[in-house]
Ligand binder design. Structure first.
Ligand SMILES: Cc1ncc(COP(=O)(O)O)c(C=O)c1O
Length: 384
Protein backbone atom coordinates (compact mmCIF):
# COMPACT_ATOMS: atom_id res chain seq x y z
CA UNK A 1 0.00 0.00 0.00
CA UNK A 2 1.26 3.50 -0.78
CA UNK A 3 1.29 6.09 2.00
CA UNK A 4 -1.53 7.83 0.15
CA UNK A 5 -3.75 4.74 0.22
CA UNK A 6 -2.77 4.00 3.84
CA UNK A 7 -3.85 7.55 4.72
CA UNK A 8 -7.21 7.13 2.94
CA UNK A 9 -7.85 3.67 4.43
CA UNK A 10 -7.09 4.86 7.98
CA UNK A 11 -9.47 7.82 7.58
CA UNK A 12 -12.20 5.51 6.29
CA UNK A 13 -11.68 3.04 9.16
CA UNK A 14 -12.08 5.87 11.61
CA UNK A 15 -15.34 7.01 9.98
CA UNK A 16 -16.61 3.43 9.97
CA UNK A 17 -15.83 3.01 13.69
CA UNK A 18 -17.84 6.16 14.48
CA UNK A 19 -20.82 5.16 12.28
CA UNK A 20 -20.07 8.18 10.12
CA UNK A 21 -18.98 6.45 6.94
CA UNK A 22 -21.23 7.31 4.02
CA UNK A 23 -22.01 5.43 0.83
CA UNK A 24 -23.50 6.56 -2.44
CA UNK A 25 -26.70 4.57 -3.01
CA UNK A 26 -27.78 4.31 -6.63
CA UNK A 27 -31.28 5.74 -6.80
CA UNK A 28 -33.60 5.86 -9.78
CA UNK A 29 -36.21 8.57 -9.42
CA UNK A 30 -39.29 7.34 -11.26
CA UNK A 31 -41.34 10.49 -10.89
CA UNK A 32 -41.65 13.27 -8.34
CA UNK A 33 -42.08 10.95 -5.35
CA UNK A 34 -41.31 7.31 -6.13
CA UNK A 35 -37.77 5.98 -6.30
CA UNK A 36 -36.12 2.62 -6.85
CA UNK A 37 -33.19 1.58 -4.70
CA UNK A 38 -31.59 -1.87 -4.44
CA UNK A 39 -34.42 -3.27 -6.55
CA UNK A 40 -37.02 -1.91 -4.13
CA UNK A 41 -39.67 0.71 -4.89
CA UNK A 42 -39.90 3.29 -2.12
CA UNK A 43 -41.96 6.42 -1.54
CA UNK A 44 -39.35 9.11 -1.03
CA UNK A 45 -39.52 11.68 1.73
CA UNK A 46 -35.92 12.68 1.11
CA UNK A 47 -35.89 14.70 -2.13
CA UNK A 48 -35.76 18.50 -2.17
CA UNK A 49 -37.86 18.52 -5.33
CA UNK A 50 -40.66 20.13 -3.29
CA UNK A 51 -42.86 21.00 -6.26
CA UNK A 52 -41.91 17.90 -8.29
CA UNK A 53 -40.82 20.27 -11.03
CA UNK A 54 -37.88 18.04 -12.06
CA UNK A 55 -40.56 15.97 -13.78
CA UNK A 56 -42.93 18.72 -14.98
CA UNK A 57 -43.70 18.33 -18.72
CA UNK A 58 -43.21 22.06 -19.47
CA UNK A 59 -39.88 22.08 -17.60
CA UNK A 60 -38.58 18.99 -19.38
CA UNK A 61 -39.74 20.30 -22.71
CA UNK A 62 -37.99 23.65 -22.20
CA UNK A 63 -34.78 21.80 -21.33
CA UNK A 64 -35.06 19.55 -24.38
CA UNK A 65 -35.64 22.52 -26.71
CA UNK A 66 -32.62 24.38 -25.30
CA UNK A 67 -30.48 21.27 -25.62
CA UNK A 68 -31.41 21.04 -29.30
CA UNK A 69 -30.87 24.73 -29.95
CA UNK A 70 -27.68 25.42 -27.99
CA UNK A 71 -26.06 22.01 -27.38
CA UNK A 72 -25.14 20.17 -24.21
CA UNK A 73 -22.63 22.38 -22.42
CA UNK A 74 -21.99 26.12 -22.36
CA UNK A 75 -18.38 25.73 -23.46
CA UNK A 76 -16.70 28.42 -21.31
CA UNK A 77 -16.98 30.72 -18.35
CA UNK A 78 -19.83 33.21 -18.59
CA UNK A 79 -17.21 35.94 -18.77
CA UNK A 80 -15.77 34.41 -21.96
CA UNK A 81 -18.34 32.79 -24.28
CA UNK A 82 -20.55 30.76 -21.90
CA UNK A 83 -23.16 33.48 -21.39
CA UNK A 84 -25.88 32.04 -23.64
CA UNK A 85 -29.06 34.15 -24.13
CA UNK A 86 -31.15 32.20 -21.61
CA UNK A 87 -29.21 33.65 -18.69
CA UNK A 88 -30.64 37.15 -19.14
CA UNK A 89 -34.15 35.76 -19.03
CA UNK A 90 -33.45 33.73 -15.89
CA UNK A 91 -31.80 36.63 -14.07
CA UNK A 92 -34.63 39.04 -14.94
CA UNK A 93 -37.13 36.47 -13.68
CA UNK A 94 -35.30 35.98 -10.37
CA UNK A 95 -34.99 39.72 -9.77
CA UNK A 96 -38.71 40.13 -10.45
CA UNK A 97 -39.71 37.38 -8.03
CA UNK A 98 -37.42 38.68 -5.28
CA UNK A 99 -38.21 42.33 -6.02
CA UNK A 100 -34.60 43.39 -6.37
CA UNK A 101 -32.96 45.50 -9.06
CA UNK A 102 -30.87 42.67 -10.43
CA UNK A 103 -29.73 39.07 -10.09
CA UNK A 104 -26.74 36.97 -11.06
CA UNK A 105 -26.69 33.20 -11.57
CA UNK A 106 -23.80 31.01 -10.41
CA UNK A 107 -22.96 27.36 -11.15
CA UNK A 108 -24.60 26.09 -7.93
CA UNK A 109 -25.74 27.28 -4.53
CA UNK A 110 -22.45 26.14 -3.03
CA UNK A 111 -20.50 28.09 -5.64
CA UNK A 112 -22.69 31.13 -5.02
CA UNK A 113 -21.94 31.25 -1.30
CA UNK A 114 -18.27 30.47 -1.84
CA UNK A 115 -18.12 33.34 -4.35
CA UNK A 116 -20.35 36.05 -2.88
CA UNK A 117 -19.00 36.36 0.66
CA UNK A 118 -15.31 36.96 -0.25
CA UNK A 119 -16.38 39.76 -2.61
CA UNK A 120 -18.07 41.61 0.24
CA UNK A 121 -15.68 41.11 3.16
CA UNK A 122 -11.93 40.55 3.42
CA UNK A 123 -9.28 40.19 6.12
CA UNK A 124 -10.54 43.26 8.00
CA UNK A 125 -14.17 42.19 7.83
CA UNK A 126 -16.54 40.47 10.22
CA UNK A 127 -19.01 37.71 9.34
CA UNK A 128 -21.71 36.74 11.81
CA UNK A 129 -23.25 33.39 10.93
CA UNK A 130 -26.21 31.62 12.50
CA UNK A 131 -24.61 28.50 13.99
CA UNK A 132 -26.94 26.16 12.05
CA UNK A 133 -26.33 27.78 8.68
CA UNK A 134 -25.41 25.59 5.73
CA UNK A 135 -21.84 24.35 5.29
CA UNK A 136 -21.30 26.42 2.13
CA UNK A 137 -21.95 29.66 4.04
CA UNK A 138 -19.11 28.70 6.36
CA UNK A 139 -17.02 27.81 3.31
CA UNK A 140 -17.59 31.27 1.81
CA UNK A 141 -16.90 32.95 5.15
CA UNK A 142 -13.64 31.03 5.55
CA UNK A 143 -12.54 31.84 2.01
CA UNK A 144 -13.08 35.54 2.73
CA UNK A 145 -10.45 35.39 5.53
CA UNK A 146 -12.68 37.65 7.61
CA UNK A 147 -13.27 37.05 11.31
CA UNK A 148 -16.14 34.56 11.56
CA UNK A 149 -18.34 34.57 14.66
CA UNK A 150 -21.27 32.14 14.90
CA UNK A 151 -24.32 33.34 16.82
CA UNK A 152 -26.71 31.00 18.62
CA UNK A 153 -29.43 29.64 16.39
CA UNK A 154 -32.08 32.30 15.63
CA UNK A 155 -30.89 34.26 18.67
CA UNK A 156 -31.08 37.92 17.63
CA UNK A 157 -30.01 39.07 21.10
CA UNK A 158 -26.80 37.07 20.80
CA UNK A 159 -26.11 38.51 17.34
CA UNK A 160 -26.66 41.98 18.84
CA UNK A 161 -24.18 41.25 21.66
CA UNK A 162 -21.55 40.20 19.12
CA UNK A 163 -22.10 43.28 16.97
CA UNK A 164 -22.00 45.57 20.01
CA UNK A 165 -18.72 44.00 21.08
CA UNK A 166 -16.95 43.67 17.73
CA UNK A 167 -18.49 45.72 14.90
CA UNK A 168 -16.22 48.72 15.52
CA UNK A 169 -13.08 46.60 15.06
CA UNK A 170 -13.94 45.83 11.42
CA UNK A 171 -14.37 47.76 8.20
CA UNK A 172 -17.38 45.81 6.94
CA UNK A 173 -19.74 43.34 8.58
CA UNK A 174 -21.99 40.72 7.08
CA UNK A 175 -24.76 38.87 8.93
CA UNK A 176 -25.59 35.61 7.19
CA UNK A 177 -28.33 33.09 7.85
CA UNK A 178 -30.35 30.40 6.14
CA UNK A 179 -33.86 31.77 5.46
CA UNK A 180 -35.30 28.25 5.92
CA UNK A 181 -32.92 26.02 7.87
CA UNK A 182 -31.99 23.03 5.75
CA UNK A 183 -31.82 20.43 8.52
CA UNK A 184 -34.39 21.86 10.96
CA UNK A 185 -37.03 23.37 8.69
CA UNK A 186 -37.57 26.46 10.84
CA UNK A 187 -37.44 30.05 9.54
CA UNK A 188 -34.96 32.78 10.40
CA UNK A 189 -36.24 35.98 12.07
CA UNK A 190 -35.31 38.01 8.99
CA UNK A 191 -37.18 41.21 9.93
CA UNK A 192 -35.40 41.40 13.31
CA UNK A 193 -32.03 40.51 11.83
CA UNK A 194 -32.45 43.17 9.16
CA UNK A 195 -33.27 45.85 11.73
CA UNK A 196 -30.27 44.78 13.80
CA UNK A 197 -27.93 44.75 10.80
CA UNK A 198 -29.11 48.21 9.75
CA UNK A 199 -28.47 49.59 13.25
CA UNK A 200 -24.84 48.46 13.00
CA UNK A 201 -24.19 49.23 9.34
CA UNK A 202 -23.92 45.50 8.72
CA UNK A 203 -25.24 43.81 5.56
CA UNK A 204 -27.80 41.01 5.87
CA UNK A 205 -27.56 38.03 3.57
CA UNK A 206 -30.14 35.22 3.54
CA UNK A 207 -29.72 31.81 1.94
CA UNK A 208 -33.15 30.90 0.61
CA UNK A 209 -32.21 27.50 -0.83
CA UNK A 210 -35.25 25.93 0.85
CA UNK A 211 -37.55 28.95 0.68
CA UNK A 212 -37.89 29.86 -2.98
CA UNK A 213 -40.96 28.18 -4.46
CA UNK A 214 -42.42 27.00 -1.17
CA UNK A 215 -42.76 29.76 1.42
CA UNK A 216 -43.94 33.37 1.10
CA UNK A 217 -46.35 32.49 -1.73
CA UNK A 218 -43.44 30.95 -3.63
CA UNK A 219 -41.25 34.06 -3.42
CA UNK A 220 -39.29 32.77 -0.45
CA UNK A 221 -38.60 33.52 3.18
CA UNK A 222 -38.29 37.29 2.83
CA UNK A 223 -41.99 37.42 1.92
CA UNK A 224 -44.65 36.77 4.51
CA UNK A 225 -48.25 37.41 3.52
CA UNK A 226 -48.32 41.00 2.33
CA UNK A 227 -45.10 41.87 4.14
CA UNK A 228 -41.84 42.05 2.25
CA UNK A 229 -38.61 42.13 4.22
CA UNK A 230 -36.10 43.93 1.97
CA UNK A 231 -33.07 41.75 2.69
CA UNK A 232 -30.33 43.38 0.59
CA UNK A 233 -28.52 40.12 -0.29
CA UNK A 234 -30.87 37.25 -1.17
CA UNK A 235 -29.01 34.16 -2.22
CA UNK A 236 -30.53 30.83 -3.17
CA UNK A 237 -30.40 27.77 -5.36
CA UNK A 238 -32.27 26.51 -8.40
CA UNK A 239 -31.71 22.88 -7.41
CA UNK A 240 -34.51 22.36 -4.90
CA UNK A 241 -38.09 23.58 -5.47
CA UNK A 242 -37.07 24.95 -8.88
CA UNK A 243 -36.08 21.42 -9.88
CA UNK A 244 -33.08 22.41 -12.00
CA UNK A 245 -29.55 23.43 -10.97
CA UNK A 246 -27.54 26.57 -10.28
CA UNK A 247 -27.30 29.25 -7.59
CA UNK A 248 -28.19 32.93 -7.58
CA UNK A 249 -27.88 36.23 -5.80
CA UNK A 250 -30.63 38.85 -6.00
CA UNK A 251 -29.48 42.33 -4.90
CA UNK A 252 -29.07 45.92 -6.06
CA UNK A 253 -27.65 46.67 -9.51
CA UNK A 254 -24.20 47.78 -8.23
CA UNK A 255 -23.81 44.71 -6.00
CA UNK A 256 -24.69 42.38 -8.87
CA UNK A 257 -22.34 44.19 -11.23
CA UNK A 258 -19.58 43.85 -8.63
CA UNK A 259 -20.25 40.09 -8.41
CA UNK A 260 -19.92 39.77 -12.17
CA UNK A 261 -16.54 41.46 -11.92
CA UNK A 262 -15.12 39.93 -8.76
CA UNK A 263 -16.80 36.64 -7.72
CA UNK A 264 -14.14 34.03 -8.39
CA UNK A 265 -16.57 31.11 -8.55
CA UNK A 266 -18.43 32.90 -11.33
CA UNK A 267 -15.37 34.08 -13.23
CA UNK A 268 -13.28 30.91 -13.06
CA UNK A 269 -16.00 28.30 -13.59
CA UNK A 270 -17.87 27.24 -16.72
CA UNK A 271 -21.39 28.55 -17.32
CA UNK A 272 -24.36 26.28 -16.71
CA UNK A 273 -25.64 24.02 -19.49
CA UNK A 274 -28.32 25.91 -21.51
CA UNK A 275 -30.88 23.14 -20.89
CA UNK A 276 -30.63 23.64 -17.14
CA UNK A 277 -31.08 27.39 -17.42
CA UNK A 278 -34.13 26.87 -19.66
CA UNK A 279 -35.56 24.36 -17.16
CA UNK A 280 -35.16 26.90 -14.35
CA UNK A 281 -36.97 29.60 -16.34
CA UNK A 282 -39.87 27.24 -17.09
CA UNK A 283 -40.06 26.16 -13.44
CA UNK A 284 -40.14 29.77 -12.23
CA UNK A 285 -43.04 30.31 -14.64
CA UNK A 286 -45.01 27.62 -12.82
CA UNK A 287 -44.09 29.07 -9.41
CA UNK A 288 -45.17 32.58 -10.39
CA UNK A 289 -48.35 31.40 -12.07
CA UNK A 290 -49.52 28.96 -9.39
CA UNK A 291 -49.06 30.26 -5.82
CA UNK A 292 -51.69 27.72 -4.66
CA UNK A 293 -49.48 24.89 -5.91
CA UNK A 294 -46.45 26.47 -4.21
CA UNK A 295 -48.31 26.35 -0.89
CA UNK A 296 -48.82 22.56 -1.04
CA UNK A 297 -45.45 21.27 0.30
CA UNK A 298 -45.82 23.17 3.59
CA UNK A 299 -49.46 22.05 3.86
CA UNK A 300 -48.34 18.43 3.33
CA UNK A 301 -45.64 18.80 5.98
CA UNK A 302 -48.33 20.08 8.36
CA UNK A 303 -50.48 17.00 7.67
CA UNK A 304 -47.48 14.99 8.87
CA UNK A 305 -46.66 17.06 11.96
CA UNK A 306 -50.28 17.02 13.07
CA UNK A 307 -50.62 13.24 12.64
CA UNK A 308 -47.26 12.61 14.36
CA UNK A 309 -48.04 14.97 17.26
CA UNK A 310 -45.17 17.33 16.43
CA UNK A 311 -45.18 21.17 16.39
CA UNK A 312 -46.67 22.51 13.13
CA UNK A 313 -44.20 22.53 10.25
CA UNK A 314 -43.08 25.98 9.04
CA UNK A 315 -41.57 24.70 5.80
CA UNK A 316 -41.54 21.42 3.82
CA UNK A 317 -38.69 20.13 6.04
CA UNK A 318 -39.45 18.26 9.26
CA UNK A 319 -36.68 16.84 11.46
CA UNK A 320 -37.24 13.91 13.79
CA UNK A 321 -34.26 14.10 16.13
CA UNK A 322 -33.00 10.67 17.19
CA UNK A 323 -29.63 11.45 18.80
CA UNK A 324 -27.19 8.63 18.09
CA UNK A 325 -25.93 7.82 14.60
CA UNK A 326 -26.64 4.08 14.80
CA UNK A 327 -30.19 4.68 16.08
CA UNK A 328 -30.87 7.14 13.25
CA UNK A 329 -29.65 4.60 10.69
CA UNK A 330 -31.82 1.89 12.29
CA UNK A 331 -34.88 4.20 12.13
CA UNK A 332 -34.23 4.84 8.45
CA UNK A 333 -33.96 1.07 7.82
CA UNK A 334 -37.22 0.47 9.70
CA UNK A 335 -38.99 2.96 7.43
CA UNK A 336 -37.46 1.38 4.32
CA UNK A 337 -38.99 -1.94 5.42
CA UNK A 338 -42.33 -0.12 5.49
CA UNK A 339 -41.80 1.18 1.94
CA UNK A 340 -40.53 4.71 2.71
CA UNK A 341 -37.22 6.34 1.84
CA UNK A 342 -36.28 8.67 4.70
CA UNK A 343 -32.58 9.40 4.94
CA UNK A 344 -30.75 9.48 8.26
CA UNK A 345 -28.68 12.66 8.58
CA UNK A 346 -25.57 12.40 10.73
CA UNK A 347 -22.77 14.72 11.83
CA UNK A 348 -21.07 16.71 10.45
CA UNK A 349 -24.21 17.66 8.46
CA UNK A 350 -25.90 18.21 11.85
CA UNK A 351 -24.37 18.86 15.31
CA UNK A 352 -23.03 15.85 17.26
CA UNK A 353 -25.73 14.07 19.26
CA UNK A 354 -28.54 15.26 16.96
CA UNK A 355 -28.53 12.59 14.25
CA UNK A 356 -31.99 12.60 12.79
CA UNK A 357 -34.48 11.62 10.20
CA UNK A 358 -34.96 14.55 7.86
CA UNK A 359 -38.31 14.37 6.10
CA UNK A 360 -39.19 16.53 3.13
CA UNK A 361 -42.69 16.89 1.75
CA UNK A 362 -43.70 17.63 -1.79
CA UNK A 363 -46.83 18.84 -3.53
CA UNK A 364 -47.67 15.39 -4.83
CA UNK A 365 -47.35 13.26 -1.70
CA UNK A 366 -50.74 11.61 -1.06
CA UNK A 367 -52.22 12.45 2.37
CA UNK A 368 -52.92 8.76 3.18
CA UNK A 369 -49.25 7.87 2.78
CA UNK A 370 -48.20 10.87 4.86
CA UNK A 371 -50.55 9.84 7.64
CA UNK A 372 -49.39 6.21 7.58
CA UNK A 373 -45.77 7.38 7.74
CA UNK A 374 -46.59 9.76 10.61
CA UNK A 375 -48.18 7.00 12.66
CA UNK A 376 -45.21 4.68 12.15
CA UNK A 377 -42.79 7.46 13.12
CA UNK A 378 -44.88 8.31 16.19
CA UNK A 379 -45.47 4.73 17.37
CA UNK A 380 -42.30 2.89 16.37
CA UNK A 381 -39.59 5.55 16.38
CA UNK A 382 -40.49 8.48 18.64
CA UNK A 383 -42.04 6.20 21.28
CA UNK A 384 -39.07 3.77 21.24
C1 LIG B 1 -29.18 26.13 2.78
C2 LIG B 1 -28.44 25.63 1.59
N1 LIG B 1 -27.62 26.46 0.93
C3 LIG B 1 -26.94 26.09 -0.15
C4 LIG B 1 -27.03 24.80 -0.64
C5 LIG B 1 -26.21 24.42 -1.81
O1 LIG B 1 -26.96 24.52 -2.98
P1 LIG B 1 -26.57 23.65 -4.25
O2 LIG B 1 -27.08 22.27 -3.99
O3 LIG B 1 -27.23 24.34 -5.39
O4 LIG B 1 -25.07 23.66 -4.34
C6 LIG B 1 -27.89 23.90 -0.01
C7 LIG B 1 -28.12 22.53 -0.50
O5 LIG B 1 -27.39 21.69 -0.71
C8 LIG B 1 -28.59 24.31 1.15
O6 LIG B 1 -29.39 23.46 1.80
Amino acid sequence: MTSLDRFAAAKLDDLQRRNLRRALAETVREDGIWVERDGKRLLSFSCNDYLNLTQHPAVKQAAAAALEQYGAGSGASRLVTGNHPLYAELEARLARIKQTEAAVVFGSGYLANAGIIPVLVGRDGLVLVDELSHACIYAGAQLSRARVLPFRHNDVAHARELLNAHRAEHDHALVVTDGVFSMDGDLAPLAELLALANEHDAWLMSDDAHGLGVVGGGRGSSFNGDTHIPVPLQMGTLSKAVGAYGGYLCASAPVIELMRNRARTLIYSTGLPPAIVAAAVAALDVIEREPGYAALPVAKAQVFTQAAGLPAAQSPIVPVIIGGEEDALAASRLLADEGFLVAAIRPPSVPAGTARLRLTFTAQHPNEDITRLAHIVRDKIMAA
